[in-house]
Design a protein around this ligand. Structure first.
Ligand SMILES: Nc1ncnc2c1ncn2[C@@H]1O[C@H](COP(=O)(O)OP(=O)(O)OP(=O)(O)O)[C@@H](O)[C@H]1O
Length: 343
C-alpha cells in the first residue's frame, strides 16, 4: 500500500460492485477505495465500464450486487445524501439553454441544497474557478462548446461536493482551457480537500494532476495504484520494458548514434530532440540492478571523454503503465486489491 494513501481515511469504498445491462455485465465484482484528497485517473478501453462505475458512485444507478459507500453513506440506501456530497459531470451533460450562466449556477446550487444565504458566494467562486465571471448574464444556449463545458464544470462543483466525478471533462476544451482545467482540478484537491475521479482517453493530460490510477478492462478492475508507484513498478516478467535514460551534452556530439550505441549496456539510441541530447534504451537488466547498469553507463560516457552535462533515467509515465497492461493477456496486471492496490 502506498504510504501517501495509508494515512487518509477512504472517502469512497466500493465492495464487489457488479452491474448488469440486459445481456451484458458492465462491472464485475469491482472493489477499491479512494482516499480523501486524492485525484484518480479512471482509464480503460471503450466499453470497459468507466461511465457505469461513475454512475454507480454518483448513486444514479443501483448496484446489481455489492456495495458503494460515499463518505460512509450507502449509495443504494441514501442516494439523496450521496447526491449532495457528489458533483458529477457526465460525458453527455445537459444545460438549460434559456438560462443565463448565473441562473444555471443558482439552479445547480439550490438543487444541491446550498443554503440561500451562501448561494451568491458559491456562484461567484464557481464562475471564477472556470473563468466565466464576465459572462454571468449570457444565456447558456449562446455559449461556444468549450464555454458550455466550463459552465457544466462550474455547475458540478458549485455546491463544493466532497467527491467530484468527471467523465471526459477536457473534451471540447482548447489547449489553454485544458491547462486551466488541470490547475483547477489540482486546486480542488489541495485547497478544497475534494476527492476526484477523472476519466479521459488523453493519458498525458491526466498525468498533470492525478495522484492515482485505476484501470478498468471488460468491467474488471485490473490496477489501482498511486501514480508514482505504478510508474516505477514494472511487472516482473520476461517482456518487462527496458530502462531508458536521457543524456545531455554541453556540445553537440559528432556521430552520436554510433558512438553512444557502441557503449556497454546500450540497446539503441534516439537522437534529439536537440543535437546535444540523446535518449538511450538499455539492454534488459536483472531486476534490482538497474541503478548499477546506469552507473556503469555514466562511467563509460565520461571515460569516452564525452561532454556529459545531464544524465537522468526516464520515468515511466501513465501512458507506459497503461500500455503495459494492455499488452498482458486479458489485461491481467497487479491485482487491484493485492500488494500494489490502494486501500
Ligand atoms: N444502457 C445500456 N444498455 C445496455 N448496455 C449498456 C448500456 N450502457 C452501457 N452499456 C454497455 O456496458 C459496457 C460498459 O459501458 P460504459 O459506458 O460504462 O463504458 P466506458 O468505459 O465508459 O466506455 P467509453 O470509453 O466508450 O465511454 C459497454 O459494453 C456498453 O455497451
Amino acid at each position: 500500500m502506498p504510504a501517501s494513501s495509508a494515512a487518509a481515511a477512504p472517502l469512497v469504498a466500493v465492495t464487489d460492485l457488479t452491474r448488469d445491462y440486459p445481456g451484458r455485465r458492465a462491472l464485475d465484482r469491482v472493489s477499491f477505495s479512494l482516499a480523501a484528497g486524492t485525484v484518480t485517473a479512471l482509464v480503460g478501453p471503450n466499453g470497459a465500464g468507466k461511465t457505469t462505475l461513475m454512475r454507480c458512485l454518483a448513486a444514479l444507478d443501483p448496484p446489481f450486487a455489492g456495495r458503494v459507500l460515499v463518505d460512509g453513506l450507502d449509495a443504494a440506501e441514501r442516494p439523496r445524501d450521496v447526491h449532495q456530497r457528489t458533483g458529477f459531470l457526465q460525458d453527455f451533460f445537459g444545460l438549460y439553454d434559456t438560462l443565463t450562466v448565473a441562473q444555471g449556477l443558482w439552479y445547480a446550487a439550490a438543487a444541491r441544497a446550498v443554503p440561500e444565504s451562501e448561494i451568491a458566494a458559491r456562484m461567484a467562486w464557481a464562475a471564477a474557478a472556470v473563468d466565466l465571471s464576465d459572462r454571468m448574464n449570457q444565456r447558456a444556449g449562446t455559449l461556444s462548446r468549450g464555454l458550455r463545458q466550463r459552465l457544466a464544470i462550474a455547475q458540478t462543483i458549485v455546491h463544493r461536493p466532497r467527491m467530484v466525478l468527471l467523465d471526459e471533462p477536457a473534451s471540447g476544451l482548447d489547449p489553454e482551457s485544458r491547462m486551466h482545467l488541470a490547475r483547477l482540478l489540482t486546486d480542488l484537491r489541495t485547497a478544497h480537500g475534494m476527492t476526484l475521479l477523472v476519466s479521459s482517453h488523453i493519458l498525458a493530460e491526466l498525468e498533470d494532476y492525478c495522484t492515482h490510477v485505476l484501470i478498468l478492462r471488460d468491467g474488471r478492475l485490473v490496477r489501482h495504484d498511486a501514480l508514482a508507484d505504478a510508474a516505477s513498478a514494472a511487472p516482473e516478467r520476461a517482456d518487462r520494458p527496458p530502462g531508458r535514460v536521457t543524456v545531455s551534452f554541453s556540445d553537440a556530439v559528432p556521430d552520436a548514434a554510433r558512438r553512444l550505441g557502441a557503449l556497454p549496456g546500450v540497446a539503441s539510441v534516439e537522437a534529439g530532440p536537440a543535437p546535444d541530447r540523446a535518449i538511450m534504451t538499455l539492454t534488459p537488466a536483472t531486476a534490482g540492478r538497474e541503478a548499477d547498469q546506469r552507473a556503469a553507463l555514466l562511467r563509460a560516457l565520461i571515460d569516452q571523454g564525452l561532454p556529459v552535462c545531464g544524465f537522468a533515467p526516464l520515468q515511466r509515465n501513465l501512458t507506459d503503465v497503461y500500455r503495459d497492461h494492455l499488452r498482458q493477456p486479458n489485461g491481467a496486471g497487479t491485482p487491484a486489491d493485492g500488494p500494489g492496490g490502494v486501500a
